[in-house]
Write a protein that binds this ligand. Structure first.
Ligand SMILES: [Zn+2]
Length: 117
């Protein structure tokens, strides 16, 4: 498999093909000392880009790890924290407290519109 296929749409992925070098990697995995080494093919099933696009947390911080998947292969597991609420997120796509705040804001701005109309 060539490393020069389409780059994953992910802020943690990096590649450098300058001057004959061919360096690719994942900054998120590389800063986790407890992870197995990153491999390019892991990106195709990595949940991180979708989490960054769709999470309701307003200040998400991610930690990712390559783990052995039973009975063979490897996968990326993600640990997510909402740094606004210092809350570990069971589902990285949702911070219940950010969602509650957003709902409250939506309600109060609707009220404001009604009063100024
Ligand atoms: Zn939150």
């Amino acid at each position: 498999m060539s490393a020069r296929e389409t780059a994953p749409n992910c802020p943690y992925y990096f590649e450098d093909f300058h001057r004959g070098r061919e360096v690719i990697g994942c900054r998120l995995i590389e800063r986790n000392p407890n992870s197995l080494p990153w491999e390019r093919k892991l990106c195709s099933h990595c949940p991180v880009p979708r989490i960054l696009r769709e999470t309701t947390s307003q200040a998400i911080a991610l930690e990712a790890k390559v783990e052995k998947k039973f009975p063979w292969g490897k996968k990326i597991t993600v640990f997510a924290v909402c740094t606004k609420h210092m809350l570990a997120l069971a589902d990285p796509l949702h911070c219940p407290r950010c969602e509650a705040e957003a709902a409250e804001e939506a309600t109060s701005s609707r009220h404001e519109r009604l009063h100024t109309a």
